[in-house]
Design a protein. Structure first.
Length: 94
């Protein structure tokens, strides 16, 4: 996604959603391990492939949860189950 296109044609929620995808892919090694474990626990072992690629359902759930947290400051239920993911979201918001 090109930032010029994103800012010209999307609303705030879409922008934050797409930022959530980008944010997940730029996590440090330890945070990515935490995120991978969250995805596997939430969506099964096939949520994260051997090469690190996430399934669509896990990827979209992460981005949607990120949007909700950024908009409301509250964690959706799927995130409340993981102290590690909560910490990652808080670090990004700070």
């Amino acid at each position: 996604m090109q930032s010029k296109t994103a800012t010209k044609f999307c609303d705030f929620s879409t922008f934050i959603h797409e930022t959530g995808h980008l944010f997940r892919t730029t996590l440090g090694k330890r945070d990515q391990e935490i995120a991978n474990e969250w995805a596997r626990r939430s969506f099964g072992k096939r949520a994260v492939a051997e090469d690190g690629r996430w399934s669509t359902i896990a990827e979209e759930a992460f981005a949607n949860a990120f949007v909700q947290y950024m908009k409301t400051g509250e964690f959706p239920d799927i995130v409340n189950r993981s102290a590690g993911i909560k910490k990652i979201f808080v670090q990004f918001k700070d």
